[in-house]
Design a protein around this ligand. Structure first.
Ligand code: ZN
Length: 523
């Protein structure tokens, strides 16, 4: 019996799944070697363990300073919620390889890695992926939860459909029947795998997400967006839909005679896309890659390659039309978790859209146009800002200082927040973080709580020694230097020589202003 099983196992393993597809072990090995080869722009994270087999679920963060949570927009890509949808993992791995190999040569990719935090989880469901790759069941979809608690893995009755297990309209989606392929689990977020996405999303406030899937039904080459709920589209529909259309149009289909097509998904199931949008405000898209489930291996590279322009459009869109800023307490300057409402695009049934706790940062992706916003926090005066113009292709910066109720402020009552230049730690040894934010003054007169709106300007960042000699200057990308940005100085001069201990001056200069900060280098 065991022998027969082994023969079948080997037979199905070698015949059914093309070796072009990574096994889980191969994928993890590849992530490992990438992280070893690119330590300055990648970090591998063990985000948790699979529900039944306790397999590590790995995510890679691609960003400069990857060990630190910086004030940068975060984007998530993930594959293999569904075990047999192997292509999702392949697209993720391909994307990772493309990003890291072009850092330093491709100016867009270099900019994104320096100024965004890109998270990629190629295989969210490793124990299910093993079921498929080992040939135990090559169309297995779920994880391996022991639904009947008998200690065995039963193909007929075990497993949870991870993409029905999220806590958003959970009770309306999938199936309550454990034997169903669409079993939604005993309760929302019952599975380790979905909790990984939940925790990561709550920590990172993703602006965008792509969940890569790969249907068996042939209904592929589609970009699903949130959502249709009864007769209603989502409140952010004009923004979400336009991005979905563009994203889909960037991906050439397998036949080569057209592109992927955007389509709404229904809100009434607990999938990742609905939860990410409904609860986190993330514009989350599900891409059904290709029209066949694990097509022959020789087709995989082409399918992955054709998906890159979609992913890259979305990363670039993070730095496009939007309103972003930092919300602080007007007296303490501490970041504040505050609700941000865009008038006309507010849905009281969804979880409020908040700034983050670490930086007070909020980001709202919008179409070009004119918007009014409200910033609401208990114990503070509500701040209303009207008629903010969002331009094409660049973010509008709107920093907000919230005034605590009943607190009298010193003059000036509402100080305009100046462009920032911060250096830390100080003194420093090997690494000085230089954070800067620039802003123009176009909106100063409209509302004194607004720090300003930014336009593309040239920015010069130089480091001088005490004799006034320039020892290092940084080339900063002009058109994108609108958000709070950071660069790292390693204490070396322009030719890479270690500079001696002493006092140095970091000077930020734009057309509108200059600011200098002193930094002390210790050797
Ligand atoms: Zn799927």
């Amino acid at each position: 019996m065991i022998q027969i099983y082994c023969i079948l196992y080997l037979f199905s393993n070698t015949i059914l799944i093309d070796p072009r597809y990574h096994t889980y072990a191969e994928a993890m090995q590849e992530l490992d070697s990438i992280a070893t080869q690119y330590p300055s722009i990648t970090k591998l994270y063990n985000l948790g363990f699979s529900t039944r087999d306790s397999l590590p679920i790995m995510g890679i963060k691609i960003s400069d300073n990857p060990a630190i949570k910086e004030d940068e927009p975060a984007i998530l890509f993930n594959g293999v919620h569904h075990a047999e949808e192997l292509l999702g993992g392949e697209v993720c791995l391909y994307l990772i390889n493309d990003l890291v190999s072009k850092y330093g040569t491709d100016s867009s990719i270099t900019y994104w890695i320096n100024n965004a935090e890109i998270w990629i989880i190629p295989i969210l469901n490793p124990e299910g992926h093993n079921v498929v790759m080992n040939g135990i069941d090559t169309i297995w979809r779920k994880n391996k939860r022991d639904n009947n608690n008998n200690g065995f893995f039963d193909l007929d009755s075990d497993g949870v459909d991870l993409n029905r297990n999220y806590d958003f309209n959970w009770e309306q989606g999938g199936s309550p029947d454990p034997t169903s392929e669409y079993y939604r689990g005993p309760y929302p977020f019952s599975e380790n795998e979905t909790n990984i996405i939940k925790d990561l999303a709550q920590e990172n406030h993703f602006v965008f997400d792509i969940c890569y899937h790969n249907v068996r039904t042939g209904q592929g080459e589609l970009v699903y967006y949130p959502w249709r709920w009864g007769t209603q589209f989502a409140i952010d529909h004009p923004f979400i839909k336009r991005i979905a259309d563009t994203l889909a149009s960037r991906i050439i289909n397998d036949a080569g005679n057209g592109t992927y097509v955007s389509i709404y998904g229904y809100a009434t199931e607990g999938n990742a896309r609905n939860w990410l949008y409904g609860v986190c405000g993330t514009f989350a898209y599900t891409i059904e890659v290709s029209r066949s489930c694990y097509p022959p291996g020789y087709k995989v590279d082409s399918i992955c390659m054709r998906n890159l322009p979609g992913a890259y459009y979305l990363i670039g869109r993070t730095f496009g039309s939007s309103i972003t800023g930092i919300i602080t307490d007007s007296i303490t300057n501490q970041p504040l978790v505050t609700e941000v409402r865009i008038i006309g695009y507010y849905d009281s049934t969804l979880t409020p859209r908040m700034s983050d706790s670490l930086f007070g940062r909020y980001r709202r992706i919008l179409n070009p146009g004119t918007y009014s916003l409200q910033f609401i926090k208990q114990g503070y005066d509500t701040v209303s800002v009207n008629n903010i113009v969002v331009a094409p292709n660049i973010p509008t910066i709107l920093n907000i200082r919230m005034r605590r109720l009943g607190v009298e402020e010193l003059n000036p009552k509402f100080e305009i927040r100046n462009p920032n230049l911060l250096v830390s730690p100080n003194p420093f040894k090997n690494r000085l973080d230089i954070r800067y934010e620039t802003s123009e003054t176009g909106y100063k007169t409209m509302n004194k709580l607004i720090s300003g709106i930014s336009v593309p300007i040239s920015i010069r960042l130089k480091i001088f020694d005490v004799s006034g000699r320039v020892v290092k200057s940084f080339d900063l990308v002009t058109c994108y230097s609108l958000l709070t940005t950071s660069v790292v100085w390693d204490g070396k001069d322009g030719s890479g020589r270690r500079l001696p201990s002493g006092v140095y001056f970091v000077r930020l200069e734009t057309d509108g202003f200059k600011k200098t900060e002193k930094a002390i280098l210790l050797r």
